[in-house]
Ligand binder design. Structure first.
Ligand SMILES: Nc1nc2c(ncn2[C@@H]2O[C@H](COP(=O)(O)OP(=O)(O)O)[C@@H](O)[C@H]2O)c(=O)[nH]1
Ligand SMILES: [Mg+2]
Ligand SMILES: [Zn+2]
Length: 352
């Protein structure tokens, strides 16, 4: 029998358990992908004898399906790879370069910290881009504004975010100060997987180090992608904090292009999704069409012109990159959750 306590600590859920037959439950070994290296993966699994969790290296072979950090895999008794379990959430971007191909960033993430620094780098359109990625993955999103110690108009920035999405969770931190970072602890409890996304240099690795209570990540905004967006030195890895959260620091991605993300856009721009019902044309693009409720909302000052412009930009990108990928991806999405969140956001919007 498996030791449930240990795998629960690694983020195990009923959703994964349901994918195992009774026989498998008694015989297989369940492991979580903790790191992805050039040649393979580091897995953590439930202990069979010792009380300590134990790690194992799994070499990548051509026969394996695509596996990413955060995945759950089944192994036989000899630790041979059997299969990868269906994902609760899946993070993708369009692979860098001209080829239309998705690249998996992480799987089974509960919460995404969209990190943005409180300085000249602050950019609402970029935040919307990252939020789209988080929503598309089916994860909860929190906007984390870093470098609070370098800013004396924090409230203005928070207000700007709230003005585009009144429901979004926003936290302000000085990543170098442990006490300040403790506002993130509600999302970092035992067995919760948290991914950090955001531009290079905003302080993601610094936050991971502070939450870990030790320096596990290199900081200083070092470039982890080469010019073609390939990962060079740093492998992607999960770090377990003293409170038992599983933190995933994504390497600075110079080019974050959206892959399929229709649902992510609909959710990030939920007020437009709602208003679209009042547009004259059911397939209104909110561009040149007459009687467009979204364009009217921009004219009335209810929606920022910048936001509509960014919506169009992300839509175009999604249509270009997403179409060929959409089918595969839709099978992995957690639709129920998306609908629940969107309804919540819409209710809040109606109240405004
Ligand atoms: N003053 C200040 N500096 C920070 C803060 N967070 C990160 N930094 C600095 O910003 C630089 C980039 O941080 P890093 O964590 O490497 O960013 P990453 O590329 O997002 O991982 C480093 O020199 C950090 O020391 C913060 O909250 N306040
Ligand atoms: Mg970093
Ligand atoms: Zn319209």
């Amino acid at each position: 029998m498996l030791n449930l306590t240990t795998i629960t600590k690694l983020g195990w859920r009923p959703f994964f358990q349901q994918q195992l037959s009774l026989e498998e439950w008694d015989t297989v070994r369940i492991a979580r992908v903790m790191a992805h290296h050039r040649t393979g993966f580091v897995l953590n699994m439930e202990p069979k004898i010792a009380t300590d969790q134990f790690s194992l290296n799994l070499a990548m072979t051509a026969l394996m399906p695509e596996i990413t950090v955060g995945d759950w895999v089944l192994l036989d008794k000899q630790y041979h790879f059997l299969r990868v379990l269906e994902r609760l959430s899946e993070f993708n971007r369009k692979a860098a370069g001209s080829k239309i191909q998705k690249q998996m960033i992480a799987a089974n993430v509960d919460t995404v910290f969209v990190v943005c620094s409180l300085n000249d780098d602050f950019n609402l359109s970029r935040i919307e881009r990252y939020l789209t990625l988080a929503h598309e993955a089916g994860a909860d999103a929190v906007v984390v504004l870093s470098k609070a110690d370098c800013c004396n108009s924090i409230e203005d920035y928070v207000q700007r975010i709230r003005s585009v999405d009144s429901m979004i969770a926003v936290e302000v931190v000085n990543g170098l100060d442990r006490k300040s970072v403790s506002v993130l602890e509600p999302w970092c409890s035992l067995g919760k997987t948290v991914a950090f996304i955001g531009s290079s240099g905003v302080g993601k690795s610094t936050l991971v180090n502070t939450l870990m209570g030790e320096d596990t990540q290199e900081t200083g905004g070092i470039r982890e992608d080469d010019a073609k967006g390939r990962h060079t030195t740093t492998a992607r890895a999960i770090n377990i904090t003293p409170t038992g959260a599983l933190l995933l620091d994504t390497p600075g991605m110079r080019e974050l292009q959206l892959a399929a993300s229709e649902q992510g856009i609909a959710e990030t721009f939920s007020e437009m999704t709602l208003l679209a019902e009042q547009c004259r044309f059911a397939d209104c693009k909110h561009d040149q069409e007459p009687h467009c409720a979204v364009i009217k909302a921009v004219e009335d000052g209810v929606i920022e012109a910048r936001r509509l412009k960014n919506y169009h930009k992300l839509k175009r990108e999604q249509e270009k990159n997403g179409a060929s990928l959409a089918e595969i991806h839709s099978q992995n999405r957690n639709h129920t959750k998306m609908i629940r969140v969107t309804q919540k956001q819409m209710k809040a919007f109606k109240k405004r």
